[in-house]
Design a binder for this molecule. Structure first.
Ligand code: NAD
Ligand code: TYD
Length: 360
């Protein structure tokens, strides 16, 4: 396998940190550059186990900063980009849509411009000498397809119909990536994945929020009637799918990624309560008493469900573990990592950056 230099954006976030860890440990012949602005959602503690690896480097940079990006491309000459940096929380997009336009749309287009120019002129020769070929991999969400009723699945042919400011901004970024492929012949692949869960997930999202609140005996806020359905995939299986698409995907193609694992929110919260009752030695049914129905999210999408047939048939990828196994591992990780939770919720990880990285 040829030596490659891969720029991973958003590598300090939830999914990005799993992708960085996978690439750093599985591909010692690659150089992995993690580029992240370290917003509230980015935490270098997520990568403590690989931060001293010889093939890993971190760069603090905002994807809206064209000059900063140009320097990174000139210095590291990446032949691959795996783009995960984004504002990712639907509720935040409802209260501050411009932040989502700025990072997800303008940031993505800024990155596309810099990659396009660098790959056309600046660093193309050094990439070709390395025996590699440029590839821009855009990581996106199934939410761009909108909301399903009780049946049917999202396929790669489903028309875009985003319903929240978050999904609209991700849809716009997807369109820009394809437009750069068509107009400027930028070699790209794209994937749209369902909801992820697993370790290092910021506790504003459903699963880590519920685990944290159950442990602390705090109310469990279920939006509306809890009837909305999400299709959950273990984050390490998403990272393995990203690895597969990056290496085996066909330029210009899109791959849907999902776990064939639909859950109504309320059923999932009950399942988490029951797992936590056992782990914490509480009587069965004790944690479920914390469930509190709260005002529904504005414009709340009813159901997401992915048809992952294309990536399974064409690239041979499949999820590796069951939901029961993944949830059990996730709960165990949160119970064993109380300090991480305290740091990310208090902003202490910013101090971790200053102590460990400011002089690098
Ligand atoms: P996250 O919010 O946990 O992490 C986002 C990361 O991007 C953080 O490290 C943050 O510091 C960084 N970032 C944000 N703005 C930036 C900017 N302007 N410049 C540089 N870095 C910036 O998100 P996540 O859940 O890990 O999602 C990663 C990607 O995967 C996103 O593009 C998201 O749309 C997509 N996705 C997420 C899910 C999911 O269930 N979480 C599902 C499908 C697709
Ligand atoms: P979330 O984790 O925010 O992911 P997304 O909105 O991108 O699917 O939410 C998952 C589901 O859980 C969604 O239907 C909203 C619901 N939800 C709650 O009921 N309560 C909560 O406190 C949160 C954060 C989400």
């Amino acid at each position: 396998m040829s030596a490659r230099t891969i720029l991973i954006t958003g590598g300090a976030g939830f999914i990005g940190s799993h992708v960085v860890r996978r690439f750093v440990t599985r591909y010692p012949q690659y150089r992995i550059i993690n580029l992240d602005a370290l917003t509230y959602a980015g935490n270098l503690e997520n990568l403590r186990d690989v931060e001293n690896a010889a093939n890993y480097a971190f760069v603090k940079c905002d994807i809206r900063d064209a000059e900063g990006l140009k320097k990174v491309f000139a210095e590291h000459a990446p032949d691959g980009v795996i783009h995960l940096a984004a504002e990712s929380h639907v509720d935040r997009s409802i209260s501050d849509p411009m932040a989502f336009v700025n990072t997800n749309v303008i940031g993505t287009v800024t990155l596309l411009n810099v990659a396009k120019k660098a790959w056309a002129e600046l660093i193309l020769n050094s990439i070709l000498e390395r025996g590699a070929a440029p590839r821009f991999y855009h990581v996106s969400t199934d939410e761009v397809y909108g909301s399903l009723h009780d049946d049917g699945f999202f396929t790669e042919e489903t028309p875009y119909d985003p319903q929240s400011p978050y999904s609209a901004s991700k849809a716009a970024s997807d369109h820009f990536v394809r437009a750069y492929g068509n107009t400027y012949k930028l070699p790209f692949v794209l994937s749209n994945c369902s909801n992820n869960y697993g370790s290092h997930h910021f506790p504003e999202k459903l699963i880590p929020l519920m685990i944290n609140n159950i442990r602390n005996n705090k109310p469990l806020p279920v939006y509306g009637k809890g009837e909305n359905v999400r299709d959950w995939l273990w984050v390490e299986d998403h990272a393995s799918a990203i690895d597969t698409v990056f290496h085996k995907g066909v330029n210009g193609e899109t791959y849907n990624i999902g776990g064939h694992n639909e859950w109504k929110n309320i059923d999932l919260v009950h399942l988490l309560c029951s797992i936590m009752d056992k782990k914490l030695g509480r009587a069965e049914g004790e944690s479920a008493k914390l469930i509190t129905y709260v005002t529904d999210r504005a414009g709340h999408d009813l159901r997401y469900a992915i048809d992952a047939g294309k990536i399974e048939r064409e690239l041979g990828w499949r999820p590796s573990i069951t939901f029961e196994e993944g949830l059990e591992r996730t709960v165990d990780w949160y119970l064993a990592n109380q300090a991480w939770l305290e740091h990310v919720t208090s902003g202490d990880y910013q101090r971790y950056y200053t102590a460990h990285y400011a002089d690098r």
